[in-house]
Ligand binder design. Structure first.
Ligand code: GH3
Ligand code: MG
Ligand code: MG
Length: 327
């Protein structure tokens, strides 16, 4: 555990430093309040701090206030070091945001147990933070493919549409659906189907640009969000993903399982079209791709209506039929 010792008295600083090192704490030292704040405000700030009350630069209570105002995570546990033991001063110190205090000259046993209490709080808080992070991952990731889950990818689409509105750039949207996937489950079993889903997800991910987003939209359906992509770019990318999926069979217990995917593509700009409309248009294009024989990417342009009447909606125009002769 790293501990900051901030004290302008050389003697007191040395004594504290030596004692803490003996107890196996990793010690960081500051000679005044300004230096202490630079450390506490820095990227690698210790989670435990022992701050002298009276220091040039900033006093201990002032530092407490600065730290609490910043509300950094993980939490900084602060012990104020004071030669005052007047009750009112203690109240002022704790009021400014200190967690505990110890009077100078310090008693080693007392310092030891107070530091132990601080360490416990800091460790508990670290556990809470990592649990919260794990929950956040669980809430946004699909357990099978580790892609974004449906609600997370929809949020990304909303976010990209808001950005595209500000920047006047389009957003490409692709809906992909694995072909005859039920037959894979029926022929090879559910575990083979799961493997094929994971493999398809990997292949999709590796054919995208770093700033594209990919999520599992449903059972064997995927949603891809491509910032800045025109319809032409979107179809081109969908076809690249399509080839990555179908070019190599998936190996399942020494058998070759062939895999292919159909794609519906569209592109639109935030403020002119909603996420729901883009998905509906992509879904219609996907349906056309299935009808047309599968293993293909079909694009439909989304032409925003010039009127704002909700009954008019977006006019659509089917523009492009993929791509490959390879059916
Ligand atoms: P199409 O080409 O028209 O899309 O045909 P399809 O067989 O892919 O479509 P259908 O909707 O009939 O079947 C989808 C199948 O995907 C049925 C369902 O059991 C399977 N599926 C959905 N989620 C999972 C999953 O997590 N794991 C596995 N193994 N199968 C899944
Ligand atoms: Mg399917
Ligand atoms: Mg489906």
């Amino acid at each position: 555990m790293r501990v900051l010792i901030a004290d302008d008295s050389l003697l007191s600083r040395r004594l504290l430093e030596e004692t803490l090192r003996l107890w196996n704490y990793e010690v960081v030292v500051a000679c005044d309040g300004a230096e202490a704040w630079r450390i506490l405000d820095g990227p690698d700030a210790p989670s435990l701090a022992i701050l002298d009350w009276m220091m040039p630069g900033h006093t201990g209570p002032e530092l407490c206030q600065l730290v609490r105002k910043k509300a950094r995570e993980p939490y900084t546990y602060i012990l104020l070091l004071t030669s005052r033991n007047d009750k009112e001063d203690v109240v002022t110190g704790m009021d400014s945001g200190a967690d505990d205090y110890i009077t100078k000259p310090f008693d080693k046993h007392e310092l030891k147990v107070r530091l132990r209490a601080g360490t416990r709080i800091v460790e508990l808080q670290e556990q809470l933070l990592s649990t919260r992070e794990a929950l956040r991952v669980q809430a946004t990731r699909d357990y099978l493919t580790n892609l974004w889950n449906r609600s997370a990818i929809l949020q990304q689409l909303e976010r990209e549409l808001a950005r595209s509105w500000r920047e006047g750039e389009p957003v490409g949207v692709i809906l992909g659906d694995l072909d005859h996937f039920k037959a894979i489950n029926d022929t090879w079993g559910h575990a083979a189907g799961d493997l094929a889903l994971r493999e398809a997800a990997e292949r999709m991910k590796s054919s995208l640009r770093p700033y594209d987003s990919l999520g599992r939209y449903g059972g064997e359906e995927f949603l891809l969000v491509l910032p800045g992509a025109s319809l032409e770019d979107t179809i081109w990318l969908a076809d690249r993903v399509r080839l990555a999926i179908r070019n190599e069979p998936v190996m399942w217990q020494k058998a070759n399982v062939t895999l292919s995917c159909s794609f519906g593509c569209t592109s639109g700009q935030g403020g002119r079209v909603t996420a729901d409309e883009l998905i509906r248009i992509a879904d219609e294009a996907l349906y056309a791709a299935k009808r047309g024989g599968r293993d293909r990417a079909v694009g439909r342009e989304c032409i925003p209506s010039l009127t704002t009447s909700p009954t008019v909606g977006s006019a659509m125009q089917e523009v492009l039929f993929n791509a490959t002769e390879n059916l």
